[in-house]
Design a protein. Sequence first.
Length: 271
Amino acid sequence: MTVDTLGSRMLGLRGLYRAGYQSVLTYRSDLMFGVIGMVIQATLTIVVWRVLYEGHDTVAGVGGSTAVAYAVLAACIQSVVMPWQFSSLPMRIMRGQIGVDMMRPRSLISQNLAQAAGTMVGRLPIGLAGLIIGLALGGVKPPRTPLDLVAWIVSMALGVANIMTVNLLVSMTAFWTLDNGGAMILYRFGSAFLSGALIPLWFMPSWLQPIISWLPFQAQIYAPLSIWFGIRRGTDLIGTLSVQLAWVLMLAMFLQFVWRRAVNKVVVLGG
């Protein structure tokens, strides 16, 4: 592939990235209320978790300060990478606009991933607002060492890739069902629960934790946060990153498989 061809492809995807980013900024009042809501949520999270831990040094072997920080950071991350908000694919399939998308020189997968990345970046102010409040109120502390910070960035990048891929997989069910609202609702609950966004996995029953640890969802939020708090060290850290990378690669291959099947299910205006 020549440099010019690669440049022209990246230019096209950049436009889709901007479309996702601008779709968030178009409704600035919604973004503003999202920031305000996150500030309130972060503040209440710190207050409530501190009250719950009052009189208890640890619960399930976890100290109160760690539990508070985890709850705040999980809410911040979830507000940015909420997987069910990324893809417009089901609506475009329902309206028949998918035909136009498939005629573009860029693959449908790359189009949707570029738009999802733009949407995520557009929502960053919401997560940053919660993080700033958490730091200001002492509910969140930075990673202990620079190595933990670097490892967290790598882990978070893998977690986002995991989220975007799974989201697109769920969105593609619309090729078979046209209306995939039920699948998205099930995915919304499942991903929030199994990723540790709602409840840290250390509070899960002992029999359930090993099962969740091998599912792709835990690699979305719990794995990066466990690195933030320095829970993963040495070979454990390398193992966590390896599992995350393995899931990204497997999900990417499965996405290609589903896409090849989905092409045969496209119906536009009865054609």
